[in-house]
Design a binder for this molecule. Structure first.
Ligand SMILES: C[S@@+](CC[C@H](N)C(=O)[O-])C[C@H]1O[C@@H](n2cnc3c(N)ncnc32)[C@H](O)[C@@H]1O
Length: 220
């Protein structure tokens, strides 16, 4: 999808993807990553997700990227936060307390924009992108993270004949290709859901240096 598609969606308030509640797969599985307070969490294509506030309340520093100023301003307004807005290169940097959102095209982000992130939270970002955009998305994502970063990915799967994306259905074999070399990719839960009224699954994965039950770390 091009920028206009998403900017128009926000202008028209056609934001069926936005959730008023914190995502249950985030609250269920984020603790597995064992990310200490003060760490930097990258939230690509963040919209105005309230999940960012949940992460911030854990004492994490949230770094979001979002195309739309409407979404970005709404996020801070709904959290009763008054952000400082500063132009930084091709982005407008909105910042309040421990949340920063770079408003602009994620694909234009370069590592010198911010310090390397320690973790990633991707809900409805990869699956919002056309197949041809996904390789560049992963390259940008990795370039903004430290080599030991870990993350939680929430994807969807559905019979592709029944629905037109976004969100796009992405199966494990494709996700394997994108996350190859980024620690260990694990499917940790799939929940029955629906996409545009059709039966679907939401699938949660962890990747990178994921903590296991005994506190030891595996992966890179
Ligand atoms: C499906 S929504 C998901 C939003 C959010 N992750 C959530 O869970 O509610 C995808 C979001 O990505 C944003 N977006 C799309 N392309 C983008 C790009 N190239 N750079 C930054 N944001 C983008 C859209 O404006 C939209 O808010």
């Amino acid at each position: 999808m091009d920028s206009t598609f998403w900017l128009d969606k926000w202008q028209a308030n056609e934001i069926g993807f936005h959730q008023t509640d914190i995502h249950p797969l985030l609250t269920a599985h984020w603790p597995r990553l064992d990310i200490p307070p003060g760490s930097r969490v990258l939230v690509p294509l963040c919209g105005k997700s309230r999940d960012m506030q949940w992460l911030a309340r854990l004492g994490l520093r949230v770094i979001g990227f979002e195309l739309s100023d409407v979404a970005t301003a709404d996020f801070f307004g709904e959290q009763a936060l008054e952000p400082m807005v500063t132009p930084v290169g091709e982005f407008r940097r909105y910042s309040a307390k421990n949340i920063t959102i770079f408003c602009g095209d994620f694909f234009a982000a370069r590592p010198n924009l911010c310090l390397p992130c320690d973790a990633v939270y991707d809900r409805a970002a990869l699956i919002a992108l056309m197949p041809a955009q996904r390789k560049a998305y992963l390259q940008t994502l990795r370039s903004l993270c430290s080599p030991s970063a870990s993350g939680l990915l929430i994807s969807v799967e559905y019979p592709t004949a029944s629905v037109t994306g976004p969100p796009f259905s992405i199966v494990r074999t494709e996700i394997d290709q994108h996350y190859l070399g980024w620690g260990t990719l694990r499917e940790i839960e799939r929940r029955a859901s629906d996409v545009k009224g059709q039966p679907a699954f939401e699938v949660a994965y962890t990747f990178g240096g994921v903590a296991v039950a005994d506190g030891a770390r595996v992966g890179t």
